[in-house]
Design a protein around this ligand. Structure first.
Ligand SMILES: C[S@@+](CC[C@H](N)C(=O)[O-])C[C@H]1O[C@@H](n2cnc3c(N)ncnc32)[C@H](O)[C@@H]1O
Length: 265
């Protein structure tokens, strides 16, 4: 089963208070966007998941289009947009086919929460970034947020805790376990769900794989794909940001490639 399809009902629990995070991220991102690319209106989120940033930006008045590889996450994002009375154009799509699916003319493209390291090779990242460049008008922006793997230990059985959240009479304890293999790692995402009335516990485990690509390398690939003024921004968001502005010399997008993201791993 797809990692993010299975994670979609629990994804908000990653945050201690998802709605507060939506609000905070909306303020952070809209402030940065106004400073970097004034006049931005049309935003494309190519890894929108359940919608943390897409909802946040729509609440700030941007015209948001969102897509994600996970149909389950898109289904939840649709429900969350409906709940908030927000009109967001949402569909399931691979970011490596972003231009083929969405076309061009966007003022800004985003992919947050360490989504791009799901692409497992430099070739796939470049393919996606070329599609990103084709989606954005010249002078428009690209903003991705990523983990800084320079500060992550390598090894196996590495446990990353998220903590415990209580919701609707259930306690959820969330953690990841990482196993590195060279520059890639397999990740198990564990959600232990305990019914507080009966003390009955169920464990959900979802598996995926990431490329622990450096931010410097991502910057090089963004430049190669047709973005200028590429730079890292720290302290503006909960993760480091990498931003760039589409130049006039962005190459035409190459044909979309076959999928290499294997959510079952
Ligand atoms: C950590 S989540 C980010 C979720 C999202 N920003 C949110 O707040 O809900 C990473 C997302 O990247 C998506 N993803 C992974 N590979 C993808 C691909 N090739 N194309 C589009 N989305 C992809 C996953 O389905 C997942 O929703």
């Amino acid at each position: 089963m797809d990692f993010y399809d299975a994670l979609a009902p629990f994804y908000h629990l990653i945050y201690p208070d998802w709605n507060a995070s939506i609000r905070r991220q909306g303020e952070q991102l809209s402030g940065l966007v106004a400073a970097e690319w004034p006049g931005t209106r049309r935003v494309l989120d190519v890894a929108c998941g359940i919608g943390t940033q897409a909802l946040a930006l729509a609440e700030h008045g941007y015209a948001v289009t969102g897509s994600d590889l996970s149909a389950g996450a898109i289904e939840r994002a649709r429900a969350e947009a409906r709940l908030r009375g927000l009109a967001i154009d949402l569909r399931a799509a691979d970011m490596r086919e972003a231009h083929a699916v969405h076309g061009g003319g966007f003022d800004l493209l985003i992919a947050c929460d360490n989504a791009v390291p799901h692409l497992l090779t430099d070739e796939d990242l470049l393919l996606a970034f070329r599609q990103f460049a084709a989606c954005v008008r010249p002078g428009g922006g690209c903003l991705i947020s990523v983990r800084d793997y320079a500060h992550e230990a390598r090894g196996t059985n590495l446990v990353k805790h998220y903590g415990a959240r209580v919701e609707n009479g259930k306690r959820h304890v969330l953690f990841q376990v990482w196993d590195f293999e060279g520059e890639h790692y397999d990740l198990g995402f564990y959600v232990v769900e305990e019914d507080l009335a009966t003390a009955q516990a169920t464990t959900h485990v979802m598996r995926s794989r990431y490329y622990a690509v450096s931010i410097a390398r991502l910057g090089e690939l963004l430049r190669e794909a047709g973005f200028d003024h590429v730079r890292r921004v720290d302290g503006a968001f909960y993760q480091p940001l990498l931003i760039g502005t589409r130049s006039d010399r962005a190459p035409a997008p190459p044909p979309a490639a076959p999928r290499s993201f294997d959510p079952a791993r």
